[in-house]
Design a binder for this molecule. Structure first.
Ligand SMILES: [Zn+2]
Length: 361
């Protein structure tokens, strides 16, 4: 893992110069990024942020919470950009960073000294105490303007010692500093941290609003947009093209449960997918399988329904209940990858027989 990290850092150094080493997988300010103005469901938390700023009530710690896929990182990025901009647009309803001042140009180039990013990276999901230390060190270096912003994506990735490090910063925040965090699972953050930050909660828009938005934004059919809504991948909101194949991993899962000796082909298929996306996907599918077993209508888009029915029919309800623990463990391990191939082998075997780990111990 250490090697993977190093090469990733080297490959991305040119575009992520102000990101803490090893934790930024892509340019933190993608040029194609979709803005708050284009995502109507972000308007309410954005307005609350603007109000706090106008009234000079911004706290030292601010947490954007809400389901994955709603654009929490976009919102946090725009807040940072707005605060660092020397000449932001303040017209009511159109507030944003100007994108042209010296500060904005530095930020867009990834070289603004007053912003530190701990954004998600496929190679290393956790945030260690070293990452937090690096953050503190860089905060004490020369500053450009009156405010310094640290942006921590998925703050629940912090391990215990990292959280303690951040807590110290929140208890005695350096002058003119703001810690902006996003989290889908704020309940996983230590209560000591939660009590020292303010929350901006994103409300979940109706399914039709998101599907409409995806259709217009990417020129998709309603059916494709429904599938993307179902995946709920945050990166779509950040301007990444919707290229992920949803059907193959699901079909692979059906094969795993219905045919013999399918472990290797399935593992090979699943290896082609980002583990975090795969883990979320399998969990979403699991929810639908349980709905079928509980006699509830499934919420999955139509093309997925036959596959979900097949999965549900392949095993009993008690089997699927046990699979929940397997998937939870996989979701957690997706954030602390050790040996990818081994972990996927193990996942496939555990999905076939969730009692296997207990028997082997
Ligand atoms: Zn500006």
């Amino acid at each position: 893992m250490a090697r993977a990290r190093t090469s990733k850092v080297a490959a991305n150094k040119a575009i992520t110069t102000n990101a803490v080493d090893g934790l930024a997988a892509e340019s933190p300010w993608p040029i194609s990024s979709v803005g708050v103005a284009e995502m109507p469901w972000l308007r309410a938390p954005w307005d609350r942020f603007l109000l706090m700023h106008r009234q000079d009530r911004l706290p030292h710690g601010l947490l954007v919470t809400g389901a994955s896929g709603l654009g929490s990182l976009t919102l946090a990025r725009e807040m940072a950009a707005y605060l660092l901009c020397a000449d932001p647009v303040t017209t009511p309803g159109a507030e944003r960073a100007c994108g042209q001042c010296a500060a904005c140009r530095l930020r867009l180039a990834g070289t603004h000294p007053d912003i530190q990013l701990l954004v998600r990276d496929n190679a290393s999901k956790d945030i260690s105490v070293e990452d937090i230390r690096t953050l503190i060190e860089r905060f004490s270096l020369t500053r450009y303007g009156p405010l310094r912003v640290a942006l921590i994506e998925q703050a629940e990735r912090m391990n215990r010692s990292a959280a303690n490090g951040l807590l110290k910063l929140l208890e005695e925040p350096p002058a003119g500093s703001l810690f902006l965090m996003t989290s889908e699972r704020a309940d996983l953050l230590p209560s000591t941290i939660r009590s020292r930050i303010q929350r901006l909660t994103m409300t979940v828009p109706r399914r039709a609003v998101i599907v409409d938005w995806l259709t217009q934004r990417y020129g998709l059919s309603t059916e494709e947009a429904e599938l993307l809504w179902f995946i709920g991948d945050d990166r779509l909101m950040d301007g990444s093209p919707p290229s992920w194949d949803w059907q193959s991993p699901t079909t692979a899962w059906v094969r795993l449960m219905t045919e013999r000796d399918q472990v290797l082909p399935v593992v090979k298929q699943w290896q082609t997918i980002d583990r975090d996306v795969l883990a979320r996907w399998l969990m979403r599918i699991w929810v639908e399988v349980m709905r079928v077993h509980s006699g509830l209508p499934t919420e999955a888009p139509a093309p997925l329904q036959p596959l979900i029915q097949k999965l549900a029919g392949a095993r009993s309800k008690s089997h699927w209940l046990k699979v929940h623990r397997v998937l939870l463990e996989f979701l957690q391990s997706a954030r602390h990858p050790l040996n990818e191939e081994l972990a996927l082998d193990r996942l496939a075997l555990d999905l076939i027989d969730p009692d296997l780990p207990a028997r082997l111990v």
